[in-house]
Design a binder for this molecule. Structure first.
Ligand SMILES: NC(=O)CC[C@H](N)C(=O)O
Length: 248
């Protein structure tokens, strides 16, 4: 293992964007495609993308088992969207035809969390919104302190050490970009909810048909050194969650 070596799983999906945002946090990373790459890493990001495809590529690369073992042995890991699905204990499908056609989605079962895949419906039901950090009440004291202490401006770029060319980031707002996002439906007592978002938690047509009301949905959760979120923090300019992950 190389000291401070951060890996980004690069089988498929939004890994390049995670590497960009980590670089802006002053944390260069390597792309992980083989068990040898994984061995070098001290911590790992599992990006969003398509979890079934990622599972198949992980199996083909002989990475599934080593990945599960490293995470169980305490490697800090950050799973976003499809990455959150892969880390979960159990996956339920929004679309039952998916189960008939492809079977149940295998997962690494390292965080005590059940997720519903594609809970918000089709690609066109994807959405972008903002979480107001001032109204959040994270269950994890370290995260709450991290957010309180954050001035939102300390992202560093190797080519721009004083951050002067970065866009101004409001410290109180965290963009939430959800692309065919999973929904956290149940979790164990060892899991802390860090961020919540009020919505109807289903696809638009179903919400309307069933007259669903908005409720609070957990969109970012943590169990020990495992951090997951159902959205794509790497697609916005806000580096808060990546910096928090680096602090774990
Ligand atoms: N943006 C994403 O990562 C989408 C996840 C995808 N819907 C899946 O089931 O894997």
């Amino acid at each position: 293992m190389r000291e401070h070596c951060i890996g980004v799983l690069a089988m498929q999906g939004a890994y390049a964007k995670h590497r960009e945002i980590l670089a802006r946090c002053g944390a260069p990373s390597i792309e992980v495609r083989t068990p040898q790459d994984l061995e070098q890493c001290e911590r790992l990001v599992l990006p969003g993308g398509e979890s079934t495809t990622m599972y198949r590529l992980l199996m083909a690369a002989g990475l599934w088992q080593p990945l599960a073992e490293r995470i169980r042995a305490g490697m800090p890991v950050f799973g976003t969207c499809a990455g959150m699905i892969l880390l979960s204990q159990r996956v339920v499908e929004q679309d039952q035809r998916a189960v008939q056609n492809y079977g149940v989605q295998p997962c690494l079962a390292v965080i005590d969390l059940e997720v519903k895949r594609n809970a918000y419906g089709y690609q066109m039901d994807s959405f972008s919104t903002e979480l107001d950090l001032r109204t959040q009440t994270p269950e994890n004291a370290a995260f709450a302190a991290f957010v309180r202490a954050d001035d939102g401006y300390d992202a560093k770029d190797a080519n721009d050490p004083d951050g002067s060319s970065l866009p101004v980031i409001l410290p109180t707002i965290l963009p939430m970009i959800a692309i065919r996002a999973p929904l956290a439906v149940a979790w164990g007592s060892g899991v802390d909810v860090l961020l919540r978002h009020r919505d109807k938690g289903g696809d638009k047509r179903r919400n309307k048909r069933e007259g669903r009301a908005e409720t609070e949905q957990a969109v970012c959760l943590q169990q020990g050194k495992i951090l997951v979120c159902s959205f794509h923090p790497e697609l916005s300019d806000n580096t808060l969650l990546h910096r928090y992950f680096l602090s774990l």
